[in-house]
Design a protein around this ligand. Sequence first.
Ligand code: ADP
Ligand code: MG
Ligand code: ZN
Length: 486
Amino acid sequence: MHPEFEAVIGLEVHCQLATETKIFCSCPARIPADQSVSEIAVNSNTCPICAGHPGTLPVLNQKVVEFAIQAGLATHSRINLKNRFARKHYFYPDLPKGYQISQFELPICENGWLNIETDAGPKKIQIQRIHMEEDAGKNVHMSGFSLVNLNRAGVPLIEIVTGPDMKTADEAGAYLRALYAVVTYLGICDGNLQEGNFRCDANVSVMPKGSTVFGTRTEIKNVNSFRFVEKAIEYEIARQIEVIRSGGRVVLETRTYDSDKDITISMRSKEEAQDYRYFTEPDLIPLTIDEAWIRKIESGLPELPEQMKSRLVSSLGLSVYDAGVLTGSKTLAEFFDRVVHKLGNPALAKPAANWVTGEVSRLINEQGIEIQQSRILPEHIADLVRLVHDQVLSSTAAKQVLALVWNSGEAVEVIVDREGLKQVSDVGSLDPIIQRVIEGNAKQAADFRSGKDKLLGFFVGQVMKESGGKANPALLGELIKKKLLG
Ligand code: ADP
Ligand code: MG
Ligand code: ZN
């Protein structure tokens, strides 16, 4: 960033709730795990209510409220015991009623926060509000005409709005990942980024460094990848600084991110954006939430990423960094927990974490899959950790085994036996090799005896080569030293 400027970033996230049915009718809202949105016949998940026919009445789905409360509790928000729905009016073909049922002055949750890790330590990001609303349908543009698919109309969303608290693209990325971890740990969102289950509007402005008056912001709409949000923000900060430095001024507008070109493009100016003419939704009575229900939901909350992270640090002795990587993904965190459980020895948690954040993550990231979609099971990693710890496998051999497990899913023992990868730790079979190597390198042996300690490595290397790389290196050092000096 230019040294004379600083950036201000606030994020609005639309998170699709994983309820079985839509927010105001009983049409299916959730895509079965083995299907994609495109496989569902167009306009098949619809009824007169979500298709916006006149004379129909919305009926609130209780599960949506429960999920919104869970999100509120997990983000330390205040739950408004009385809140209400409002109509947000705008005209668009995918919005059959001509308005979206949302919340305005009285949302279900307010004043929360979420912690993120930054280079300067932890930082609290304020969550101004969380409100419930229905999604719109989807316009499908053909050549010369457009079609409307209302399957998504009425699918429940929560919108989570932060304060203007972030200063860099990295902080915004960290917040999004933290929030994503929270909603997926809770299980209130399926978290499928490609399908738009979790999408972000980024508000960005810049101002002279040290200023307390925010600059004019632009809003980058609907970005559904963490990396793209970061890149869009970086581009936008640079663009705004350039505008100001060249004597222009930033205008309040909505922009879109083009990931192919890595630029943001103006869509429409906010000045000419229509007034939504919000008013209270007359077809729904104000929502009154029972305090006892909130307590019940609270007592049923699962362990959340922050809590799990502290547990990994305090009771398993992992570094904050490793704990952060592991808990950043619910699937990875669950996998790691099961490895530790299988090991049954907290002292081995650290090497287990190294495997999961290292080799295992590398393999799954390469393939772009979740750990559960691979053939690697927690017992594979537990076995590898144990065998390396017991010096049965060298760490190089263990990596070889993992690569084979990745392809076949076979048990570690089976692979180790078949490939003959066990380290040789038995003195009887190493002794003759050591003898041979010393005899074949008389000059080096004499040098070692006269004080050239560094030559030990040479001998270990030679014996290792002779043993086909399978000798236990720690034991080898001891044996060779004894033989040379004794
Ligand atoms: P809108 O409804 O037009 O999107 P909001 O007042 O709800 O406007 O603000 C949306 C987001 O913009 C919030 O996350 C807020 O923190 C952020 N924001 C407000 N002002 C600025 C600014 N000057 N720079 C960056 N972000 C801002
Ligand atoms: Mg906005
Ligand atoms: Zn419906």
